[in-house]
Design a protein around this ligand. Structure first.
Ligand code: NAP
Ligand code: MG
Length: 403
């Protein structure tokens, strides 16, 4: 069989621990036998980040800007224990944070649905994707404890030296106070990333905040979304027959629970943090959650939503059998291959990516799955297999689809 050709490389960001092991298996077993894979390889494994003073992470993000499509393996974000374990020069920052800062993106997360593993909410027949704003609010806050008798105020000093002041509270008793901020530029990028993603996915976009209570702060988000939608996206949405819909967050929660899924839900930073864990759990397993970082200028970086699965890696090192779910990492690869195919008008490559996704789902629906799914599955003939067997079974199913 002749391998599928690629014209433009994908930026490949290798990673750490169990996901690094799976990464190689996916390439060796599921991609390279079928595709003449072209990648520009960056080793984001912790040892190489340390050896290059983290330059490799910055280089990989810049390469993503150049080529437009990247696929990333999960990576360790070092803490004090990792500094010791890997004898690091310093506690390097989260690679995802570094990449996000360079690409200025929004993170979209969506579950992969399979028959036999039912969401806790039975009406959710299609995935719900979360779009989380990744800047500011409570994550960059300033907060203080306040003593009885104190007066707390907001003071803004303008560039010309003039000031604006607003009373927060006069404390009759001890308490707390918090200040937080956001930026029009960041909110605008977030809005554009959401509208572009909705067009790309051909799905409705919902956005919710608490603008009735936060009449200036949250209202700013609502206004920026509305303005950008009306000026830049309305016609494109109407052409595709999709809608943009704003509603209060409490109304949105009620509607989400009653919905059939199948839309994108954009949320402010904190709301997105909380709701993405709720959505991931309600749909089943972390091993089935995909993640893509989309920048406003249209670059895409695909990854699994989970981490490096450290506990499984240590088992693997001890020579014990593991049953690590490779689905989200496979879908990171298929996401990147499919997007590369779309951008290069390489239909064969996109078709291959879709077949690999189908083969993966078919394998689970035929009853063969990893331990995490086995615990959730209602399939009568279900069987838990190890990491290697699961990938080998997907390969068999893929060959059947290709023939
Ligand atoms: P994790 O790697 O996501 O694993 C947490 C637990 O979830 C695992 O112990 C496992 O549970 C289960 N799990 C997650 N993915 C699974 C899969 N594919 N198949 C089967 N089970 C899976 O999170 P963590 O243990 O908090 O973090 C480990 C390392 O990953 C840390 O160094 C962290 O910095 C890094 N991390 C990286 C990213 C990223 O690169 N995007 C994201 C998060 C964390 P059982 O042990 O019960 O089987
Ligand atoms: Mg969280």
């Amino acid at each position: 069989m002749e391998k599928i050709k690629m014209t433009t490389p994908i930026v490949e960001m290798d990673g750490d621990e169990m996901t690094r092991i799976i990464w190689k298996m996916i390439k060796d077993e599921l991609i390279c036998p079928f595709v003449d894979l072209k990648t520009e390889y960056y080793d984001l494994g912790l040892k190489n980040r340390n050896d290059t003073d983290d330059k490799v992470t910055v280089d990989s993000a810049n390469a993503t800007k150049k080529y437009g499509v990247a696929v990333k393996c999960a990576t360790i974000t070092p803490n004090a224990q990792r500094v010791e374990e890997y004898n690091l020069k310093k506690m390097w920052k989260s690679p995802n944070g570094t990449i996000r800062a360079i690409l200025d993106g929004t993170v979209f997360r969506a579950p992969i649905l399979v028959k036999g593993i039912d969401p806790y909410i039975p009406t959710w027949i299609s995935p719900i994707a979360i779009a989380r704003h990744a800047y500011g609010d409570i994550y960059k806050n300033t907060e203080l404890k306040v003593k009885k008798g104190a007066k707390a105020e907001i003071l803004v000093t303008n560039a010309d030296g003039s000031t604006e002041k607003a009373l927060i509270h006069e404390y009759k008793n001890d308490g707390v106070v918090m200040g937080m901020h956001n930026l029009d530029d960041s909110i605008s990028s977030f809005a554009r990333a959401c509208f572009n993603y909705a067009l790309d996915q051909k799905k409705d976009l919902w956005f919710s905040t608490k603008d009735t209570i936060s009449k200036i702060y949250d209202h700013r988000f609502k206004d920026i979304f509305a303005e950008i939608y009306n000026n830049e996206y309305k016609a494109k949405f109407e052409n595709l027959g999709i809608t943009y819909f704003y509603t209060l967050i409490d109304d949105a929660v009620a509607r989400v629970v009653r919905s059939n899924g199948g839309f994108i839900w954009a949320l402010k930073n904190y709301d997105g943090d909380v709701m993405s864990d709720m959505i991931a759990t309600a749909f089943g397993s972390l091993g089935m959650m995909t993640s893509v970082l989309v920048s406003p200028d249209g670059t895409y970086e695909y990854e699994a939503a989970h981490g490096t699965v450290t506990a499984h890696y240590y088992k693997h090192l001890r020579g014990e059998s593991t049953s690590t779910n490779s689905v989200a990492t496979i879908f990171a690869w298929t996401g990147a291959l499919n997007k590369r195919g779309e951008l290069d008008k390489n239909k064969e490559l996109s078709d291959f990516a879709k077949k690999l996704e189908k083969a993966t789902i078919n394998t689970i629906e035929s009853g063969i799955m990893t331990g995490d799914l086995y615990r959730l599955s209602k399939a009568e003939n279900k069987k838990a297999v190890d990491t290697e067997t699961f990938i080998a079974e997907i390969k068999k199913s893929l060959i059947n689809l290709i023939d």
